[in-house]
Design a binder for this molecule. Structure first.
Ligand code: NAP
Length: 248
């Protein structure tokens, strides 16, 4: 297993789902993990206290990833606690699905601001500390929907495709500073997002996945561990799909 012992990591949207699994796994493997939530304060505090009780370092911060000023304040506070940052994981994301004919401006704006603008907001804040360290790994949570599109998700697909263009550009711009930037494109992963599906919809999806199962948050956490570690030190500008061969 790749070593992330002592890495200082910031994760957005760590209070539930994939983000929660990332916080728990990375902290349990010796990283110092700062993580954000928007509204799930009780769950975020529970995650922090359980990890602290187990002797790990994790701290929750309330911060809206869609707001530039929140990102500025957040990274200032995290740097006071951790002194520097080795890894940024832009994970926070939402869906507001609708067919294009019915999609309103607010559904478009909320998804683009939370999923895409957040990646700009946070990346902007961590660049200087990473440049001072002459090292850094930025991991952006995209989706297979950003690669292949999906009916009823034009806003979400646009936000996740935007993340891919951003990721490749940052990798080229900052490669000479030893700052890596990669995107992960999960397929269907078991979380609150997928729990909301009916049994019938779930069965249809599983039957279309060549590996005949949804992914787990643990599957994603193992990939994130690798991209956070020095074992991936020559991997940058890539989109790594984790989707059980769906849409490959
Ligand atoms: P989830 O269970 O709905 O959790 C979303 C997390 O993001 C929560 O911690 C939530 O915080 C946080 N969040 C949402 N808006 C935020 C904001 N404005 N500021 C800060 N935090 C915010 O979602 P998930 O399924 O784990 O998905 C995580 C990421 O993976 C997303 O980017 C998603 O698009 C992507 N993804 C998921 C799947 C899947 O199958 N699950 C597939 C492909 C890609 P609160 O709890 O406070 O609301």
């Amino acid at each position: 297993m790749s070593s992330i012992e002592g890495k200082r990591i910031l994760i957005t949207g760590g209070s539930r789902g994939i983000g929660e699994a990332l916080v728990r796994t990375l902290a349990a493997h010796g990283a110092k993990v700062a993580f954000t939530y928007r509204s799930s304060a009780t769950n975020a505090e529970k995650i922090q206290s359980e990890l602290e009780a187990a002797g790990h370092w994790a701290k929750a911060y309330q911060s809206d990833a869609a707001k530039y000023e929140d990102a500025e304040k957040l990274v200032t506070a995290v740097l006071e606690d951790l002194e520097s940052l080795d890894v940024l994981i832009n994970n926070a994301g939402i869906t507001k699905d609708n067919l294009m004919l019915r999609m309103d401006e607010s559904q478009w704006d909320q998804v683009i601001e939370t999923n895409l603008k957040s990646v700009f907001n946070l990346t902007k804040q961590v660049l200087k500390p990473m440049m001072r360290n002459r090292a850094g790994s930025i991991i952006n949570m995209s989706s297979v929907v950003g690669v292949f599109g999906n009916a009823g998700q034009a806003n979400y697909a646009a936000s996740k495709a935007g993340i891919i263009g951003f990721t490749k550009s940052i990798a080229k711009e900052l490669g000479s500073r030893n700052i890596r930037c990669n995107a992960i494109a999960p397929g269907f992963i078991e979380t609150d997002m997928t729990d909301a599906m009916s049994d019938k919809a779930r069965d249809t999806i599983v039957s279309n996945i060549p590996m005949k199962r949804l992914g787990t948050t643990d599957d994603v956490a193992k990939l994130v561990m690798f991209l956070s570690s020095d074992d991936s030190s020559y991997i940058s500008g890539q989109v790594v799909s984790i989707c059980g061969a769906l849409n490959c």
